[in-house]
Design a protein around this ligand. Structure first.
Ligand code: MSP
Length: 653
């Protein structure tokens, strides 16, 4: 029987600063997991919160001239506001300074002491304050021998300090074999699976007992019956995942049993060791089940360096929110950043995705559908029994997409899932375009209704599957199709996304996604011309004329196939073409090449285009890009073809 509850957690964030894009990324992935499982009809508990103890926080507070509690309190509104702005639908926000958590941790330690899994001894070693962890003996020996000085922390690269103190140990070494056999029996405990190798190697290299108390730190949970010891911040932090749902509280026993073990715990790759080794060992010692999966994502990098406060390269999620809105940024994080590896963040990339995927491929399709329906007063669409082969093909493609997408989503492969969904959006666009409903409307009204219905069915499936990422926008889209939907009453299984027997009431709504380029155009920034000029201008190469590589990467030069091409009767220069850019969609592009090529000569040819030029109207027709040409000796222009065919949408570099 499938389980009807789903428990998902984010890491709890250090509150030394406001949230940044890295923290938002972990949180959005967890939110998508939560919403996807709600869509599957499950009851969901989604936990997030803040990690507020430890030396690092105490030092940051001292630097700010504040008491630690006052200091951490000051950041909480920024976190909660950011999550609200980004539509993070968490169930509970835990703070490790919450009295319930403090008590539960102390009770837990008491039990572990009583059973002998926690004992007192003296610890000597090199300690990294920044990572709140001891450097392993091997690393320390190696570095000290080499340099005769304190070793650097292998994880963050900062200096360490020698610490010799009385401490409580957790008997980690006793769990080495059980951990190894657990990894063997649960090869998908860590996702992506490849990340388990470094964990296994670490455990195999030998686990020493873990020091879990400090006497040199005062900002933390006092150890039971030894208050001059405070609990090691990771022992305090990891347990949040169980204390938040009532662990150790007799009145919440049933609630705890209902939710634990977690289905998935989301985190960045830098904290895998804590979650894949210490955490399972703590749980084993406590007689509790282990989480089903750890979903480990890579880092967001800027210029190939991890985005982090200490490197001074953080992007403020609230700045992105004010420029682009919550849901386009959520989409970008889920689709463009691969869970499996590090991903470079750039504004240009974000704007390009909003423009091509959201505004062009998806928004435009809805807009064209509803405008055409209204233009021909066909807005109420009843279920149909007979479909043309092209519509049946589209329905089959929809069905396969739903199956693939469900598989990817259930495997937590979100970037793959949404790439797959976009493939289908392109298929729907291609169908709509090739059916030419604007021509069919009068000639064959029955076929016209069928094209509108097939496109609406596709959009319905697209919107429902995109809901976990863009909840509000997709509600607007569904509203525009006249589809009533409520999570309480319907879930994925009942939605019958592959069954095409639904009715629609098409309604025009304000533009769903705005292109960021429009903002640039409105700010009067000079933009290049769209029309192709036959004039040759030779610019002398002077230093002032050079551009940086960043300038160059602003221009998106893409290869596309000219799938339709026709002369524009009102112009002796212009050809109008429909260009296929693969998963970046179809574009209409006008080019002044009529005197050099007939439409037939260009048909099915690949050429190179400027893809991110703001759209421009010429003779009442919009051109959504510019074709690149070179002028030959006879004054005719030549298109720029790749030397061998390449996939549509390939970017020049
Ligand atoms: N407090 C610990 C976690 C304790 S969980 C029991 C912590 N906090 S953190 O604020 O430093 O980081 C929290 C999460 O944000 C981690 O998953 C981390 O990987 C993620 N990110 C921080 N910077 C990041 C990027 N530049 N890119 C992606 N995520 C990164 O660690």
């Amino acid at each position: 029987m499938t389980k009807h509850t789903f428990y998902v957690t984010t890491p709890i964030y250090y509150v030394t600063a406001k949230p940044h894009l890295g923290s938002l990324y972990s949180t959005v992935l967890a939110d998508v997991a939560a919403r996807w499982n709600k869509l599957q009809g499950k009851q969901v508990f989604f936990l997030t919160g803040t990690d507020e103890h430890g030396q690092k926080i105490a030092q940051a507070a001292a630097k700010a001239g504040k008491e630690p509690k006052e200091f951490v309190d000051s950041f909480i509104p920024a976190y909660q506001q950011a999550w609200k702005s980004y539509e993070i639908d968490y169930t509970y926000f835990i703070r490790t300074t919450d009295p319930d958590h403090v008590k539960a941790v102390q009770d837990w330690l008491r039990r572990l002491m009583a059973q002998g899994d926690v004992y007192k001894d003296v610890y000597k070693g090199w300690y990294c304050t920044s990572d709140e962890t001891f450097v392993t003996e091997k690393v320390a020996e190696h570095e000290v021998v080499q340099k005769g000085e304190a070793p650097l922390c292998p994880s963050c690269g900062r200096g360490t300090e020698w610490v010799a103190e009385e401490t409580y140990f957790f008997r980690l070494s006793a769990y080495q074999d059980r951990l190894l056999s657990f990894y063997e029996q649960h090869p998908d405990f860590v996702l992506p699976k490849e990340r388990i190798h470094e964990v296994i190697n670490f455990v195999k290299s030998g686990l020493r007992d873990l020091s879990i108390s400090r006497t040199t730190v005062t900002w933390g949970i006092p150890f039971p019956d030894a208050p001059h010891h405070v609990t090691y911040v990771w022992a305090d932090a990891l347990t949040n995942y169980i204390t938040a749902i009532g662990y150790g509280n007799p009145s919440k026993e049933a609630f705890f049993q209902q939710w634990w073990p977690a289905d998935v715990q989301v985190m960045g790759k830098d904290i895998v060791r804590f979650h894949a080794i210490y955490w399972p060992a703590f749980l084993m010692a406590s007689g509790l089940a282990l989480p089903k999966h750890l979903l480990v994502h890579g880092w967001i990098t800027v210029d190939k360096q991890k985005m982090s406060k200490s490197f001074g390269n953080v992007v403020d999620p609230m700045m992105l929110h004010s420029l682009y809105g919550a849901e386009p940024v959520r989409y970008y994080l889920v689709r463009q950043l691969a869970v499996t590896h590090d991903s470079e963040f750039s504004i240009a990339d974000l704007e390009q995705k909003i423009s091509s995927d959201l505004a062009d491929a998806l928004g435009n399709l809805l807009n064209r559908l509803t405008s055409l329906a209204h233009q021909h007063s066909v807005v109420e669409i009843q279920p149909l029994a007979i479909w043309a082969q092209e519509a049946i093909d589209l329905r089959d493609a929809c069905l396969t997409m739903v199956e693939d997408m469900t598989q990817y989503m259930n495997d937590y492969s979100y970037h793959m899932a949404y790439a797959r969904l976009w493939q289908f959006i392109n298929t729907t666009n291609a169908y709509f375009h090739s059916q030419e409903p604007w021509k069919v409307a009068k000639k064959d009204p029955a076929l016209f209704v069928q094209i509108l219905s097939a496109t609406s069915h596709s959009l319905r499936a697209i919107a429902l599957l995109l809901r976990p990422v863009m909840p509000k926008k997709m509600e607007q889209l569904l509203d525009s199709l006249g589809v009533a939907f409520s999570l309480q009453h319907e879930n994925l299984a009942q939605l019958e996304l592959g069954m095409w027997h639904h009715s629609f009431a098409l309604k025009k709504i304000p533009t769903l996604f705005h292109k960021p380029e429009v903002k640039v155009a409105e700010s009067n920034t000079a933009l290049p011309q769209t029309e192709i000029s036959s004039e040759r201008t030779v610019q002398p190469v002077v230093p002032d004329n050079t551009i940086t590589i960043d300038d160059l990467t602003k221009v998106q030069l893409l290869v596309g196939t000219i799938e339709q091409c026709e002369a524009m009767p009102q112009s002796d220069k212009m050809l109008r073409m429909q260009v296929n850019f693969g998963d970046k969609g179809m574009r209409q592009i006008l080019a002044g090449v009529k005197q050099s090529y007939t439409p037939e000569q260009l048909l099915n040819k690949q050429a190179t285009f400027v893809f991110n030029l703001s759209p421009r109207k010429m003779m009442g027709t919009e051109s959504q890009g510019m074709m690149l040409v070179a002028e030959a000796a006879d004054g005719k222009v030549k298109i720029m073809m790749p030397e061998a065919p390449v996939p549509n949408g390939t970017r020049l570099r």
